[in-house]
Write a protein that binds this ligand. Structure first.
Ligand code: HEC
Length: 134
């Protein structure tokens, strides 16, 4: 599937090589931190899912549940914990301190404002976008 989120890597403090967003890196992060709940294929059937009080969402249908458009901002907020709802105790751990670090990257949704995230978070997001099903 074609990635609709265009990523621009900004080099910080004049560092020589701008960091590139990398779907494979994002997949590796998912296979380290996320599959336990969301499942190896991200459909929501990981081994920890049944221990949670609420249903673990299928991450391959984020776009189809949002009229075909990948909900970039909502996804980023959910993962890094910026979503105010999470401050009231969601089931999902907050990964911001962990993933929203390193070089700053601008993710550009098809519509709306560019959004700055750390490179690891951007990688996870482009991985999720790459696995969207109709
Ligand atoms: C402990 C289990 C658990 C882990 C680990 C986990 N999640 Fe979640 N995730 C959930 C649950 C449960 C929800 C439903 C929302 C909520 O209440 O927190 C969710 C929601 C989401 C959503 C929003 C889905 C929607 O329908 O809007 C995204 C995106 C997401 N997770 C991505 C990730 C990523 C990426 C990782 C790894 C960095 C991850 N999750 C790790 C349990 C988990």
């Amino acid at each position: 599937m074609l990635l609709r989120v265009i990523c621009i890597a900004l080099s910080l403090a004049g560092s020589a090589a701008a960091q590139e967003v990398d779907v494979q890196e994002g997949r590796d992060l998912f296979m380290t931190h996320c599959w336990q709940c969301h499942g190896l294929d991200a459909t929501g059937d990981g081994p920890m899912a049944e221990m949670l009080a609420i249903t673990t969402p299928d991450l391959t249908r984020l776009a189809s549940r949002n009229n075909g458009e990948f909900p970039l901002e909502a996804v980023a907020r959910q993962i890094d914990g910026r979503d105010p709802l999470l401050a009231h105790g969601g089931e999902m751990p907050i990964f911001g301190p962990f993933l929203d670090t390193g070089s700053a990257v601008a993710l550009r949704p098809p519509s709306g404002q560019p959004m700055m995230t750390g490179l690891p978070l951007a990688n996870v997001i482009v991985y999720l976008e790459s696995i969207q099903e109709e």
